[in-house]
Design a protein around this ligand. Sequence first.
Ligand code: CFM
Length: 547
Amino acid sequence: MPSKLKPEELKGELLKAYPAKVARKREKQIIVNKHTGEAANGLPTTPEILSNSRTIPGILTMRGCAYAGCKGVVLGPTRDILHIIHGPIGCSYYAWLTRRNQTRPKTDDDPNYMTYCFSTDMQEENIIYGGEKKLRQAVEEAIAIFKPKALDIFSTCPVGLIGDDIHAVAREMEAKYPDVNIFAFSCEGYKGVSQSAGHHIANNKVFTDVIGLGDSPKTGKYRLNLLGEYNIGGDAFEIERIFEKCGITLQGTFSGNSTYDEFINAHHVDLNLVMCHRSINYMADMMERKYGIPWFKVNFVGADATAKSLRHIAAYYNDDELTQRIEDVIAEEMAAIKEAQAKYRPRCEGKTAVLFVGGSRAHHYQELFRELGMDTIASGYEFAHRDDYEGRHVLPKIKVDADSRNIEELEVTADPVLYKQRLTDEDKAALLDKGIEMNGYEGMMPEMGEGKLIIDDLNHHEAEVLIEKVKPAIFGAGVKEKYVIQKSGVPLKQLHSYDYSGPYAGFKGAANFYEEIDRLVNATPWKLVKAPWQESPELNASYAYVG
Ligand code: CFM
């Protein structure tokens, strides 16, 4: 049942319950999409959206913290760097295996620490007298037992509050164990307005302390890294399968199914692909400045998007053999996709979706819904920045506020030995003619139609209003939203963890996704669900006093 409300009216409904001051801020974060002009890349320009800004206290946000972005997101999927969480046990325990990153050690003897939950388990005593001694002990114990090549330390909120110097401990321990690369992240949960700050902190340290240390890269004619793919539900496995079939050497993925050796040799490749722009664009930029490795944005979510990304790789290398092989792979894989689309598209066509996910999937997954003939009528990120919404061309216009200044911007210059220029300005212009914008990201809003509602940092209240007013056929979000939305009679697809399913990336993933979405949007039970508060809107209780 599509909404009868015009987008502006729907925006009014979302803001209605707020006090004036809250409404004034949210108004800038809820935007009716418009195409206002044309950007240099030929795509439309759109209105400005307020994003990467603090959540108003009291509002139930979907966001996570900087520690989640640093440890959970960027470093978490790497299997042989030993991650020690310095903090109370909960920070490590509740982040233990919850993000569904998968990994495949090559042999049974290959180290894999991902299934472990390492913590210094700080107690009150450590908060009062300091926790550095305990951290030193933890590092020594971990090295004695596991003998890792690399070990990193993550600080949690209390560590920053009491001032433990985790970097001093890391330096001291590295001096004692010179064979182990030991480094630390000041990624206290409160460091930024969301997990986005943690991504940046992670990128910086991996760049300064890991990249560039190795001299034994993988061999092959077409070597590249895939940045910003974290192997949720096996997505990276599917992309690896496709690359292998195309004859492309994947030096390293940052960081799905990755190893330390892949990272330290990553600077030898000729191309960086950026999948999740939000979490890793810093790394792409820094590697280009230091080593001269060009990058462009790809998307392996959606069969057409996958084919397009592969064709862009072929165009970049400009090699007939590779181009032919990629075309053969696309033709072969697309046969199964067409079959799946013929089966599921008629059953899903014309239905609506709303997507509220992290910092890139609310954009990427629109591709898959489009392939099913479904329309994404409202969408938003939890924590992305203006460039992810409006496109990278707005970067020079973004005002740096105190919260962003909190995170260090590294000064990066060309390496006197390792820098190698791969592309001239003319090469870049020629690629642009073929539709490949180097260092570009088109953003979510230019690709969405006019009149669509874009909502940054959607909260619980607004999600309820949205359900009531537009009743989408499916709601894409995460586990925190899932059960509330489903109690309202709308199926929710978890686009973070995939509801314990997947992969959804690449060709096989797309076919998988069509099948699951069909099952959800055409399942009848949802029509029968009545939320408990619709049946009895008020809970009554009385105190029982036994005297
Ligand atoms: Fe990038 Fe991600 Fe995402 Fe993200 Fe995340 Fe994630 Fe996400 Mo959950 S790195 S921004 S911080 S694509 S964990 S794999 S699903 S919120 S949209």
